[in-house]
Write a protein that binds this ligand. Structure first.
Ligand code: SAM
Length: 303
Protein backbone atom coordinates (compact mmCIF):
# COMPACT_ATOMS: atom_id res chain seq x y z
CA UNK A 1 0.00 0.00 0.00
CA UNK A 2 1.33 3.43 -0.91
CA UNK A 3 0.05 6.83 0.26
CA UNK A 4 0.52 9.59 -2.30
CA UNK A 5 -1.02 12.86 -3.35
CA UNK A 6 -1.56 15.83 -1.07
CA UNK A 7 -3.51 16.66 2.10
CA UNK A 8 -6.41 17.94 -0.04
CA UNK A 9 -6.25 15.17 -2.64
CA UNK A 10 -5.17 11.85 -1.16
CA UNK A 11 -4.25 8.97 -3.44
CA UNK A 12 -3.88 5.45 -2.05
CA UNK A 13 -2.40 2.70 -4.17
CA UNK A 14 -4.01 -0.41 -2.70
CA UNK A 15 -7.01 -2.70 -2.44
CA UNK A 16 -10.32 -0.88 -1.91
CA UNK A 17 -11.65 -3.17 0.83
CA UNK A 18 -8.42 -3.11 2.81
CA UNK A 19 -8.07 0.68 2.54
CA UNK A 20 -11.72 1.31 3.43
CA UNK A 21 -11.45 -0.97 6.46
CA UNK A 22 -8.13 0.27 7.77
CA UNK A 23 -7.65 3.86 6.70
CA UNK A 24 -10.99 5.64 6.22
CA UNK A 25 -12.91 6.71 9.33
CA UNK A 26 -16.57 5.83 9.70
CA UNK A 27 -19.01 8.76 9.22
CA UNK A 28 -16.30 10.91 7.61
CA UNK A 29 -17.20 11.23 3.91
CA UNK A 30 -19.69 13.61 2.28
CA UNK A 31 -19.96 11.95 -1.12
CA UNK A 32 -18.90 8.56 -2.48
CA UNK A 33 -18.82 7.77 -6.19
CA UNK A 34 -18.30 4.07 -6.89
CA UNK A 35 -17.50 2.79 -10.37
CA UNK A 36 -16.17 -0.72 -9.73
CA UNK A 37 -15.11 -3.43 -12.16
CA UNK A 38 -18.34 -4.59 -13.83
CA UNK A 39 -17.50 -8.34 -14.05
CA UNK A 40 -17.80 -8.25 -17.83
CA UNK A 41 -14.23 -9.07 -18.82
CA UNK A 42 -12.64 -5.64 -19.30
CA UNK A 43 -8.87 -5.61 -19.20
CA UNK A 44 -7.51 -3.35 -16.46
CA UNK A 45 -3.86 -3.22 -17.34
CA UNK A 46 -3.61 -7.01 -17.66
CA UNK A 47 -6.04 -7.74 -14.78
CA UNK A 48 -9.22 -9.34 -16.12
CA UNK A 49 -12.44 -7.95 -14.73
CA UNK A 50 -14.16 -11.38 -14.52
CA UNK A 51 -14.92 -13.50 -11.51
CA UNK A 52 -15.29 -17.32 -11.78
CA UNK A 53 -18.82 -17.19 -10.43
CA UNK A 54 -21.31 -14.32 -10.39
CA UNK A 55 -21.94 -15.05 -6.70
CA UNK A 56 -18.27 -14.37 -5.95
CA UNK A 57 -18.44 -11.01 -7.70
CA UNK A 58 -21.58 -10.05 -5.82
CA UNK A 59 -20.17 -11.13 -2.46
CA UNK A 60 -17.12 -8.96 -3.11
CA UNK A 61 -19.33 -6.01 -4.07
CA UNK A 62 -21.55 -6.41 -1.02
CA UNK A 63 -18.50 -6.17 1.22
CA UNK A 64 -17.33 -2.78 -0.13
CA UNK A 65 -20.90 -1.49 -0.41
CA UNK A 66 -21.42 -2.11 3.33
CA UNK A 67 -18.10 -0.45 4.11
CA UNK A 68 -18.91 2.58 1.95
CA UNK A 69 -22.23 3.08 3.73
CA UNK A 70 -20.40 3.04 7.06
CA UNK A 71 -17.91 5.67 5.82
CA UNK A 72 -20.65 8.14 4.77
CA UNK A 73 -21.58 11.01 7.05
CA UNK A 74 -25.20 10.98 8.25
CA UNK A 75 -26.13 13.56 5.56
CA UNK A 76 -23.90 11.93 2.92
CA UNK A 77 -24.70 10.68 -0.59
CA UNK A 78 -23.52 7.66 -2.54
CA UNK A 79 -23.65 6.97 -6.27
CA UNK A 80 -22.86 3.47 -7.48
CA UNK A 81 -22.53 2.04 -10.96
CA UNK A 82 -22.20 -1.48 -12.34
CA UNK A 83 -23.22 -3.37 -15.45
CA UNK A 84 -26.91 -3.63 -16.37
CA UNK A 85 -26.95 -7.34 -15.50
CA UNK A 86 -25.67 -6.87 -11.93
CA UNK A 87 -27.45 -3.63 -10.98
CA UNK A 88 -30.70 -5.40 -9.95
CA UNK A 89 -28.71 -7.32 -7.31
CA UNK A 90 -27.16 -4.09 -6.02
CA UNK A 91 -30.59 -2.48 -5.89
CA UNK A 92 -32.12 -5.30 -3.84
CA UNK A 93 -29.08 -5.49 -1.56
CA UNK A 94 -29.06 -1.74 -0.90
CA UNK A 95 -32.72 -0.89 -0.50
CA UNK A 96 -32.98 -1.82 3.19
CA UNK A 97 -29.55 -0.36 4.07
CA UNK A 98 -29.72 3.09 2.49
CA UNK A 99 -32.34 5.25 0.74
CA UNK A 100 -32.28 4.88 -3.03
CA UNK A 101 -33.63 8.21 -4.31
CA UNK A 102 -33.05 7.80 -8.05
CA UNK A 103 -32.34 5.00 -10.48
CA UNK A 104 -30.38 6.88 -13.15
CA UNK A 105 -29.72 5.79 -16.70
CA UNK A 106 -26.58 7.20 -18.27
CA UNK A 107 -27.45 7.04 -21.95
CA UNK A 108 -24.99 7.49 -24.79
CA UNK A 109 -25.36 7.13 -28.50
CA UNK A 110 -23.00 5.01 -30.50
CA UNK A 111 -22.13 5.40 -34.14
CA UNK A 112 -20.82 1.83 -34.26
CA UNK A 113 -22.96 -1.30 -34.41
CA UNK A 114 -23.45 -2.60 -30.86
CA UNK A 115 -25.18 -5.88 -31.70
CA UNK A 116 -26.79 -7.45 -34.76
CA UNK A 117 -28.92 -10.19 -33.24
CA UNK A 118 -30.30 -8.41 -30.19
CA UNK A 119 -30.76 -4.86 -28.91
CA UNK A 120 -27.32 -3.45 -28.16
CA UNK A 121 -26.60 -1.84 -24.82
CA UNK A 122 -26.49 1.95 -24.93
CA UNK A 123 -26.75 2.81 -21.27
CA UNK A 124 -25.21 2.23 -17.87
CA UNK A 125 -27.25 2.31 -14.67
CA UNK A 126 -26.40 4.45 -11.63
CA UNK A 127 -28.05 4.27 -8.20
CA UNK A 128 -28.24 7.53 -6.30
CA UNK A 129 -28.59 6.92 -2.56
CA UNK A 130 -28.58 9.01 0.62
CA UNK A 131 -28.13 7.87 4.18
CA UNK A 132 -30.95 10.03 5.56
CA UNK A 133 -33.78 11.00 3.22
CA UNK A 134 -34.71 13.88 5.56
CA UNK A 135 -31.22 15.36 5.70
CA UNK A 136 -29.05 15.37 2.58
CA UNK A 137 -27.47 17.86 0.19
CA UNK A 138 -29.00 18.40 -3.23
CA UNK A 139 -27.82 21.60 -4.91
CA UNK A 140 -30.50 21.65 -7.59
CA UNK A 141 -29.66 25.22 -8.68
CA UNK A 142 -26.13 24.17 -9.64
CA UNK A 143 -27.19 21.48 -12.11
CA UNK A 144 -30.10 23.04 -13.99
CA UNK A 145 -30.54 22.11 -17.65
CA UNK A 146 -32.53 23.75 -20.40
CA UNK A 147 -36.30 23.15 -20.30
CA UNK A 148 -37.21 23.12 -24.00
CA UNK A 149 -40.87 24.13 -23.53
CA UNK A 150 -39.90 27.44 -21.94
CA UNK A 151 -36.48 28.06 -23.43
CA UNK A 152 -37.00 27.09 -27.08
CA UNK A 153 -40.74 26.90 -27.71
CA UNK A 154 -41.49 29.89 -25.44
CA UNK A 155 -44.90 28.42 -24.54
CA UNK A 156 -47.19 30.25 -22.13
CA UNK A 157 -48.80 28.45 -19.20
CA UNK A 158 -52.40 29.73 -19.29
CA UNK A 159 -53.30 27.76 -16.15
CA UNK A 160 -51.45 30.42 -14.17
CA UNK A 161 -53.17 33.71 -13.33
CA UNK A 162 -51.79 35.87 -14.86
CA UNK A 163 -50.46 33.51 -17.59
CA UNK A 164 -46.70 32.97 -17.37
CA UNK A 165 -44.03 31.72 -19.69
CA UNK A 166 -42.83 28.21 -18.77
CA UNK A 167 -39.51 27.93 -16.91
CA UNK A 168 -36.50 27.97 -19.20
CA UNK A 169 -34.50 25.69 -16.86
CA UNK A 170 -35.24 22.53 -14.89
CA UNK A 171 -33.62 19.93 -12.65
CA UNK A 172 -32.54 17.02 -14.88
CA UNK A 173 -34.58 13.84 -14.78
CA UNK A 174 -33.09 10.38 -14.33
CA UNK A 175 -32.03 9.84 -17.95
CA UNK A 176 -28.68 11.53 -18.47
CA UNK A 177 -27.20 11.86 -21.92
CA UNK A 178 -23.44 12.42 -22.01
CA UNK A 179 -21.11 11.17 -24.75
CA UNK A 180 -18.68 8.46 -23.72
CA UNK A 181 -15.03 9.47 -23.56
CA UNK A 182 -13.59 9.03 -27.04
CA UNK A 183 -9.98 8.73 -28.09
CA UNK A 184 -9.98 12.12 -29.81
CA UNK A 185 -11.43 14.00 -26.85
CA UNK A 186 -9.04 16.17 -24.84
CA UNK A 187 -10.04 14.48 -21.60
CA UNK A 188 -9.16 10.98 -22.91
CA UNK A 189 -6.75 8.95 -20.79
CA UNK A 190 -5.39 5.49 -21.45
CA UNK A 191 -7.98 3.63 -19.35
CA UNK A 192 -10.64 1.22 -20.69
CA UNK A 193 -13.64 2.52 -18.71
CA UNK A 194 -12.95 6.20 -18.11
CA UNK A 195 -16.09 8.13 -17.18
CA UNK A 196 -16.85 11.58 -18.69
CA UNK A 197 -16.02 14.75 -16.78
CA UNK A 198 -19.58 16.00 -17.43
CA UNK A 199 -21.09 13.01 -15.61
CA UNK A 200 -18.97 13.59 -12.51
CA UNK A 201 -19.60 17.34 -12.63
CA UNK A 202 -23.33 16.79 -12.29
CA UNK A 203 -22.89 14.34 -9.40
CA UNK A 204 -20.34 16.37 -7.46
CA UNK A 205 -22.15 19.69 -7.93
CA UNK A 206 -25.49 18.19 -6.91
CA UNK A 207 -24.36 16.25 -3.85
CA UNK A 208 -21.48 18.17 -2.25
CA UNK A 209 -20.36 21.66 -1.33
CA UNK A 210 -16.97 23.34 -1.60
CA UNK A 211 -14.57 21.90 0.99
CA UNK A 212 -16.47 18.57 1.25
CA UNK A 213 -14.68 15.23 0.98
CA UNK A 214 -15.39 13.09 -2.08
CA UNK A 215 -14.27 9.44 -1.98
CA UNK A 216 -13.73 7.20 -5.01
CA UNK A 217 -12.69 3.64 -4.06
CA UNK A 218 -12.07 2.53 -7.71
CA UNK A 219 -10.47 5.60 -9.19
CA UNK A 220 -9.30 4.36 -12.61
CA UNK A 221 -8.30 7.46 -14.56
CA UNK A 222 -9.14 9.67 -11.54
CA UNK A 223 -12.06 11.50 -13.16
CA UNK A 224 -13.77 11.94 -9.77
CA UNK A 225 -10.76 13.51 -8.07
CA UNK A 226 -9.99 15.65 -11.14
CA UNK A 227 -13.49 17.13 -11.11
CA UNK A 228 -13.52 17.39 -7.29
CA UNK A 229 -10.37 19.49 -7.47
CA UNK A 230 -11.79 21.77 -10.17
CA UNK A 231 -14.89 22.29 -8.03
CA UNK A 232 -12.85 23.02 -4.86
CA UNK A 233 -13.78 19.80 -3.05
CA UNK A 234 -11.28 17.52 -1.30
CA UNK A 235 -10.81 13.98 -2.57
CA UNK A 236 -9.66 10.53 -1.49
CA UNK A 237 -8.90 8.11 -4.31
CA UNK A 238 -8.13 4.39 -4.06
CA UNK A 239 -6.74 2.43 -7.01
CA UNK A 240 -5.04 -0.94 -7.26
CA UNK A 241 -3.04 -0.43 -10.45
CA UNK A 242 0.15 1.57 -10.30
CA UNK A 243 -0.16 2.66 -13.94
CA UNK A 244 -3.48 4.34 -13.17
CA UNK A 245 -2.03 5.95 -10.04
CA UNK A 246 0.44 7.63 -12.39
CA UNK A 247 -2.45 9.00 -14.46
CA UNK A 248 -3.98 10.38 -11.25
CA UNK A 249 -0.82 12.08 -10.04
CA UNK A 250 -0.37 13.77 -13.40
CA UNK A 251 -4.03 14.56 -14.06
CA UNK A 252 -4.44 16.23 -10.68
CA UNK A 253 -1.21 18.15 -11.12
CA UNK A 254 0.18 16.60 -7.91
CA UNK A 255 3.47 15.38 -9.29
CA UNK A 256 5.39 15.44 -12.56
CA UNK A 257 7.37 12.31 -11.74
CA UNK A 258 6.80 8.90 -10.17
CA UNK A 259 9.66 6.75 -8.87
CA UNK A 260 12.09 8.84 -10.84
CA UNK A 261 10.20 8.62 -14.14
CA UNK A 262 8.66 11.71 -15.71
CA UNK A 263 4.85 11.64 -15.88
CA UNK A 264 3.69 12.75 -19.31
CA UNK A 265 0.46 12.29 -21.21
CA UNK A 266 0.93 9.81 -24.02
CA UNK A 267 0.75 11.31 -27.48
CA UNK A 268 -2.17 10.13 -29.63
CA UNK A 269 -1.45 8.37 -32.90
CA UNK A 270 -2.78 11.23 -35.02
CA UNK A 271 -0.61 13.68 -33.07
CA UNK A 272 2.40 11.52 -33.81
CA UNK A 273 1.53 11.23 -37.48
CA UNK A 274 1.47 15.00 -37.86
CA UNK A 275 5.09 15.22 -36.87
CA UNK A 276 7.73 14.97 -39.51
CA UNK A 277 9.10 11.48 -39.03
CA UNK A 278 12.42 12.21 -40.64
CA UNK A 279 13.19 14.71 -37.92
CA UNK A 280 11.66 12.89 -34.96
CA UNK A 281 11.84 9.34 -33.73
CA UNK A 282 9.32 7.45 -31.60
CA UNK A 283 10.71 5.97 -28.44
CA UNK A 284 8.58 3.40 -26.65
CA UNK A 285 9.09 2.62 -22.95
CA UNK A 286 7.02 0.85 -20.30
CA UNK A 287 5.81 4.25 -19.24
CA UNK A 288 4.54 5.56 -22.54
CA UNK A 289 5.53 6.69 -25.98
CA UNK A 290 7.85 9.67 -26.31
CA UNK A 291 9.26 11.62 -29.19
CA UNK A 292 12.90 12.40 -29.53
CA UNK A 293 14.16 15.06 -31.87
CA UNK A 294 17.28 13.79 -33.56
CA UNK A 295 19.75 16.68 -33.44
CA UNK A 296 23.03 17.09 -35.27
CA UNK A 297 25.57 14.63 -33.91
CA UNK A 298 24.17 12.12 -31.42
CA UNK A 299 22.27 14.34 -29.03
CA UNK A 300 18.51 13.88 -28.54
CA UNK A 301 15.82 16.15 -27.24
CA UNK A 302 12.68 14.65 -25.65
CA UNK A 303 9.40 16.34 -26.61
C1 SAM B 1 -14.51 1.00 -13.84
S1 SAM B 1 -12.88 1.46 -13.45
C2 SAM B 1 -13.05 3.08 -12.79
C3 SAM B 1 -13.02 4.15 -13.83
C4 SAM B 1 -13.08 5.57 -13.27
N1 SAM B 1 -14.37 5.87 -12.73
C5 SAM B 1 -12.71 6.60 -14.33
O1 SAM B 1 -13.50 7.53 -14.60
O2 SAM B 1 -11.65 6.48 -14.91
C6 SAM B 1 -12.51 0.46 -12.08
C7 SAM B 1 -11.11 0.59 -11.52
O3 SAM B 1 -11.02 -0.19 -10.32
C8 SAM B 1 -9.69 -0.68 -10.21
N2 SAM B 1 -9.73 -1.81 -9.26
C9 SAM B 1 -10.06 -3.10 -9.52
N3 SAM B 1 -10.03 -3.84 -8.38
C10 SAM B 1 -9.69 -2.99 -7.38
C11 SAM B 1 -9.52 -3.14 -5.98
N4 SAM B 1 -9.69 -4.32 -5.39
N5 SAM B 1 -9.18 -2.06 -5.25
C12 SAM B 1 -8.99 -0.83 -5.86
N6 SAM B 1 -9.13 -0.63 -7.19
C13 SAM B 1 -9.49 -1.68 -7.93
C14 SAM B 1 -9.32 -1.05 -11.62
O4 SAM B 1 -7.90 -1.07 -11.79
C15 SAM B 1 -10.00 0.07 -12.44
O5 SAM B 1 -9.09 1.12 -12.72
Amino acid sequence: MDFLGSEQHKIINGDAIKVLKEFIDDNSIDLIFIDPPYNIGKNFNGHKDKWDKDEDYLEWCYEWLKLCIAKLKSNGSLYVMTSTQFMPYFDIFLRDKINILSRIVWYYDSSGVQAKNYFGSLYEPILYCVKDSNNYKFNSKDILVEAKTGAQRKLIDYRKNPPQIYNSEKVPGNVWEFPRVRYRMDEYENHPTQKPIALLERIIKASSDEGDIVLDPFSGAFTTAFVAKQLHRKSISIELQEDYIKIGLRRLGLSDEYKGVKLEKELKTYELQKINKSQYRLFETNYGTYLHKENQGNSRETL
